[in-house]
Design a protein around this ligand. Sequence first.
Ligand code: CA
Length: 582
Amino acid sequence: MAVHALTGLSMVSFLSLGYLSWDWVKPDQMENEPFSDFKGRKPEFKPRQPPHIIFFMTDDQGFHDIGYHGSVIRTPTLDKLAAEGVKLENYYVQPICTPSRSQLITGRYQIHTGLQHSIIRPRQPSCLPLDQATLPQKLREAGYATHMVGKWHLGFYKRDCLPTRRGFDSYFGSLTGSVDYYTYASCDGPGVCGYDLHEGEEVAWGRGGKYSTHLYTQRVRKILATHDPRKPVFIFMSFQAVHTPLRPPKGYIYPYRAMGNVARRKYAATVSIVDEAVHNVTYALRKYGYYQNSVIVFSTDNGGQPFTGGSNWPLRGRKGTYWEGGVRGLGFVHSPLLRRRRRVSRALVHITDWYPTLVALAGGNVSRADGLDGFNVWPALSEGQESPRREILHNIDPLHTRAPHGSWRDGFWIWDTGVQAAIRVGDWKLLTGDPGHGDWVPPQMLTNFPGNWWNLERGTGLRESLWLFNVTGDPFERQDLSRQRPDVVRELLARLAHHNRTAVPVRFPPEDPRGSPHLNGGAWGPWVGDEEGEREDNDLGRTPRRKGWSKGKSKKKKKKCKICKLKSFFRKLNTRMMSNRI
Ligand SMILES: [Ca+2]
């Protein structure tokens, strides 16, 4: 046992030393390039035409899973684009899919959309609130063509929730949280599986079979090839990758054949395919005349899941937790329009900031009166100005299981520390309730991971319900300062209480059995009709009166025999597959 411990600690120390080579802990190495575009000419501060905006979002890519963070995963395109642009090294996302995506699209914290708790499950009659303007709607108002390709995961129980009703001119992708990369099967528990690939508001039967990252890249290239670059375009490319189930083509696994850990090997290959996709889209941007007047944003949606190959090392925690490993995002901006490029930005940036930042870049209208929680951080990103953001409310989730030892007394009668919540103010971060597993999980270098080595780094303090860290000085959250600094604890608890006063009720309705794919032609899609949708939240328990897909289904009746084999396949699949719940 002692040998195990010594070996483990030595290797952890070794990896920590390697980590010191990252550029985000060496600000003295920041390099600024003179203000010029790549042909040496000064670009105009305000382009004559609003810039094209390409937003790449990966799914579950961990903080350690990109080349420039010292990963063994090779991402030459992402490394190059980031190196030539601005790396965001004080950037935050939410710990799971729906919350991050909802905040990107609305510019609002979850406490202001009712989506505080968990993801939207496929059979839940819930979606992004329809009364709040979305980023693509604002960009469309500003004259943009708006296209989305890939994962939605913001609800679809009625047509009004679909991407094409929430601001996108076109949509091609999957509505649920996790699909098979080839078959586009998505399961929500045993026996509840359906096909999930959609073109606009219809099921794209027969379009599967091609690896999703390749399929989505093909679609984005087609958009770029057919759109007129004189008109601004917004493309949200929301990869299915690098979420499970990982099934990269063999050819991409081969370069990682020396990796002992199978999950990590597949994961690495999946990330490399994303890198190739970004290369191909960027090439198309240049080829079709968009690049010079474009802004490219790259962001993960949440931290990595070590048990399926991801890594957030040396950060604490993982996907689904409020430790830094869950919420500290990897991201960068690349654009010839950046005034100071080739640098690392430590400006505090949150995923809600993209909404006001990109709408402002587009020449659209946003104001604090819109009730946004995001800030326009473009001056911070482009010119290195100070970030207007001082604080991030990571979340307050009143439905999450209470921490058994939390109390109002521990929260100085300001806050009930049994409630799951996390907030960042300046250098300080405070967590209450149950933040999720607080382990430090090293990269999966061992074939039998997770094993004893991982156990050495398990977080302790199971009786705790309140933590305070100086995350600027201690980004790995190793030293809880809550007892030393009760003054700071009180201050941050008061901020939590302040934010909580503006929270709207949580929307987390029970699952509606009518949403099952076998009642909807074998596919996931809206199951509540438009008329009933108007009476939503009132009588969802009534006798099913399915609409939505029925119209498209009748149109396709003659084609039914062509797709019957596919549907039969999904019926059989229902008996075999389990859901990947987030
Ligand atoms: Ca995710």
